[in-house]
Ligand binder design. Structure first.
Ligand code: NAP
Length: 248
């Protein structure tokens, strides 16, 4: 028996990296999976096809997670197409790094909107559906830098710290309705987002990690599967570090 048979998951930002690994992991465990990304590129469709090849329903939606109206329209479309939404993974995220002295208002606003407001948009749209179903699991992708801070990433760290406050507040708001809300804080995970960093920065990061390596997207997907499934039925409002021990 698979862990997510008959469930529907919606994963934002799943055309590559961590979101893609999550979408495929949930599909392997029997979930029907709707995915999003903002560019009308081929990558998102390729992931949707890979989901379908696993014998479940998969569909890709092109949508800017930062846009409130788009997010609501998308959630309505997913509900119409899939019939229900049991799992929401707010994974879409970007970086626009820079020291505060040089950070533009645009860098600040874009990161807060794509990383944090997106989660508000989707939680706002999905919770009425989960309330009617009397169950649901919401997983928000933050980062260890939301806990520790990071020079040159004030916008990103603030957005990720915001995700933690949002998750814990929602866990308190909707727990009595059978909806669980948790946060994952990945450390240094090898994806396109971190590929842009220099080898020097990467080796400095590795030195700070007790397991002495960057994580794989699948490491984060495994923690997501736990939080999405009934294996975590009594877990809500929690922050799970998937960081090789970087944050303790
Ligand atoms: P990634 O490889 O850059 O992938 C980001 C995904 O988000 C892509 O599918 C991208 O597709 C999508 N996306 C970006 N902007 C979007 C928007 N406005 N609306 C909808 N989708 C959007 O990043 P990743 O490394 O997998 O990171 C995934 C999440 O984990 C992010 O929230 C990130 O902050 C978090 N995280 C990553 C690390 C790490 O070390 N990699 C560590 C901690 C936390 P499009 O560009 O086509 O929209």
């Amino acid at each position: 028996m698979k862990l997510l048979e008959g469930k529907t998951a919606l994963v934002t930002g799943a055309s590559r990296g961590i979101g893609k690994a999550i979408a495929l992991k949930l599909a392997e465990q029997g979930a029907n999976v709707a995915i999003t990304n903002s560019s009308a590129d081929e990558a998102g469709q390729v992931v949707a096809d890979e989901i379908t090849a696993l014998g479940v329903k998969g569909k890709r939606y092109v949508s800017d997670a930062a846009n409130f109206e788009d997010a609501h329209k998308l959630v309505e479309a997913v509900k119409e197409e899939f019939g229900r939404i049991d799992i929401l993974v707010n994974n879409a995220g970007i970086t626009r790094d820079g020291l505060m002295m040089r950070m533009t208002e645009e860098q600040w606003d874009t990161v807060i909107n794509v990383n944090l407001k997106s989660a508000f948009n989707f939680i706002h749209a999905v919770t009425p559906i989960m309330m009617r179903q009397k169950s649901g699991s919401i997983i928000n992708m933050a980062s260890v830098v939301g806990l520790s801070g990071n020079a040159g990433q004030a916008n990103y760290a603030a957005s990720k710290a915001g995700m933690i406050g949002l998750s814990k507040s929602m866990a308190k708001e909707v727990g009595s309705r059978g909806i669980r809300v948790n946060t994952i804080t990945p450390g240094f995970i090898i994806t396109d987002m971190t590929a842009a960093l220099s080898d020097e920065v990467k080796s400095e990061w590795a030195k700070q990690i007790p397991l002495r390596r960057g994580g794989e997207a699948e490491d984060v997907a495994n923690a997501t599967l736990f939080l999405a499934s009934d294996m975590s039925a009594y877990v809500t409002g929690q922050v799970i570090n998937v960081c090789g021990g970087m944050n303790m």
